[in-house]
Design a protein around this ligand. Sequence first.
Ligand SMILES: Nc1ncnc2c1ncn2[C@@H]1O[C@H](COP(=O)(O)OP(=O)(O)O)[C@@H](O)[C@H]1O
Ligand SMILES: [Mg+2]
Length: 104
Amino acid sequence: MNLLDNAVKYSQQEIKISVEVKTIDDKKVIINIKDNGVGIPRSDLKRVFRRFFRVQGRLMSKVKGTGLGLFIAQSVISKHGGKISAESEGEGKGSTFTIQLPKA
Ligand SMILES: Nc1ncnc2c1ncn2[C@@H]1O[C@H](COP(=O)(O)OP(=O)(O)O)[C@@H](O)[C@H]1O
Ligand SMILES: [Mg+2]
């Protein structure tokens, strides 16, 4: 929910979000959540998972948030034996979050 909420919150006019779920070798589930929003600077791609971290100094800093969502998401995913990562081509170029979980 936080990933979808972020995808909407950190987008501007025409919001486009895609969610893709695929399984690999019947062992792993990969979930990709991609948006066409403001993007994330390369230097912050790892930091966004830190407690209370929010990307600073841009228009979107007016958007309300606590900086806790991705920290909590990462903690939960990690306790399920999975991992989460962020990718972005840069500011204004959208973001993609990838979750990998072991299949039950
Ligand atoms: N889809 C996204 N597009 C651009 N920036 C994002 C996206 N998701 C997260 N971020 C950045 O990562 C920060 C941390 O996200 P999160 O932990 O969910 O906190 P919050 O949404 O409360 O700010 C956000 O404040 C934002 O700067
Ligand atoms: Mg959030």
